[in-house]
Ligand binder design. Structure first.
Ligand SMILES: [Zn+2]
Length: 342
């Protein structure tokens, strides 16, 4: 009896596995590639410049004091900044937030064995002990404390010993260049998840109102599957979800392109716009196969993601976690609430 049950279970599982492989629109192969891509995207996002653009106005080392004219050691670097938003350079912990007559309003981050202080700020938007992501907005530059004008002064310490912050700036540059290179992008590309989200959030909210699929789920899947829009499929065919061309799609004479990065002759849908890609994705999620998800509210992204995964959307075992990470990091659930209110 026991044996029989076990056999039945196995058969059921086998059937399920076979079904998944036949009907999976997003296959493991495309997924493997996505993983690779997302490794580099994460690398890129693990660092950030402290300002939108970097112009050093005074470097580290000996210089004439701007107040007294006497020789003095400048224990950091000054960056040109006129009341601009400042960003965390690394994933970090806010170690200190305060004011002193020299530094003015300052924030000190702790990232590994480094501490980095942002000085002369006009506004501070974070609290002590808070954890921040690289690229997260911390506050606004200014000219508080001992400053002759608005600028951002950075001080950096390694194991408590003062260091030239320039090394960290070049580390940011090198890390991002390496990632951009690995992703096969133009060297001048600045990968900005914020820009990506700003661009596609309105359409995602539109899809939510139309179908009840959480905007956060749509955006996180879109970001994950397309490597924030950097994948070949997204760039050449507006295919942001790695959607394969079914035989019906091809028979209808709809456009597709062949990519053989992982396996030869893989056919993927070409869409005329990102919006079309998003509409196709929504309709897919509204199909019978995902009916389990349809009972959940558009503000319940957790269950939606689990349901999508359970229906066999992706074989990647970290799929739900990866999407959740994107949702939490960029607070995408705010779009779900916004769309369900308006
Ligand atoms: Zn300075």
């Amino acid at each position: 009896m026991h044996q029989h049950n076990k056999l039945g279970d196995m058969k059921k599982r086998l059937k399920w596995i076979i079904l998944c492989h036949i009907f999976l629109p997003f296959q493991a192969l495309a997924q493997m590639h996505t993983d690779d891509m997302n490794y580099w995207i994460e690398k890129y996002q693990s660092v950030s410049y402290p300002l939108k653009s970097i112009h050093i106005s005074s470097s580290y080392g000996k210089r004439a004091d701007p107040f007294t004219g006497k020789g003095r050691f400048h224990q950091g670097i000054d960056l040109e900044a006129k009341y601009e938003v400042v960003f965390a350079m690394f994933d970090a912990e806010i170690k200190r937030v305060g004011y002193d007559p020299m530094s003015g309003n300052f924030i000190t981050l702790k990232a590994g064995n480094y501490t980095i202080s942002y000085c002369h700020l006009s506004e501070i938007w974070v609290k002590k002990d808070e954890l921040v992501y690289a690229g997260q907005e911390l506050g606004r530059s200014g000219s508080t404390g001992r400053a002759t004008g608005p600028h951002l002064h950075l001080t950096c310490r390694l194991h408590g010993k003062i260091e030239n912050p320039y090394h960290l700036l070049t580390f940011v540059r090198d890390t991002q260049l390496k990632a951009v290179d690995a992703l096969g992008l133009n060297k001048d590309v600045k990968l900005s998840p914020e820009d990506f989200l700003r661009t596609y959030a309105p359409q995602a909210m539109h899809q939510q109102r139309k179908y009840g699929i959480p905007a956060s789920v749509i955006l996180s899947q879109m970001a994950f599957e397309s490597g924030w829009g950097t994948s070949k499929l997204a760039r050449s065919g507006h295919n942001f979800f790695g959607i394969k061309a079914s035989s019906r799609w091809i028979e209808k004479g709809l456009p597709y392109s062949i990519h053989d990065d992982d396996r030869e002759n893989e056919k993927f849908c070409n869409f005329s716009s990102p919006e079309e890609s998003m509409e196709y994705h929504s309709r897919l999620l509204m199909s019978e196969r995902y009916r389990r998800c349809h009972q959940y509210a558009p503000t319940d992204h957790k269950n939606w993601l689990r349901g999508i995964k359970a229906a066999g959307y992706a074989t990647n075992i970290h799929y739900v976690r990866s999407c959740e990470k994107i949702i939490n990091r960029y607070k995408l659930y705010k779009y779900d609430y916004l769309a369900s209110k308006t």
